[in-house]
Design a binder for this molecule. Structure first.
Ligand SMILES: [Zn+2]
Length: 98
């Protein structure tokens, strides 16, 4: 048991001693998220596209049809920029004065 514990500690210390130089690590890019599923229009990376060009991880090649998303009308208006104009600076200044 004690030998096992010492061995584990030695392994941990050995693992900590590995120094990785960040400069030597090549950044990875998945590319643009701009390949759309022809069935559901979900966006995918090019590398995700199967050889038959039909995606399975969104709608299983059009076999799964999800109901439309129910969204709170206030949030939907905000997302679609359909809200009365507000003066953010004035609101911020009021918050500072409080
Ligand atoms: Zn799909």
């Amino acid at each position: 048991m004690a030998r096992n514990r010492r061995s584990n500690i030695a392994d941990i210390l050995a693992a900590r001693s590995v120094i990785i130089n960040d400069i030597d690590i090549e950044p990875h890019s998945c590319g643009e998220l701009n390949v759309q599923c022809v069935s559901c229009e979900a966006k995918h990376f090019l590398g995700e596209r199967p050889p038959d060009r039909q995606f399975t991880n969104c709608c299983h090649k059009g076999k799964v049809e999800l109901p439309p998303i129910k969204m709170c009308p206030v949030i939907e208006d905000l997302m679609k920029n359909k809200h009365p104009p507000i003066n953010c600076q004035r609101i911020f200044m009021k918050m500072l004065e409080a």
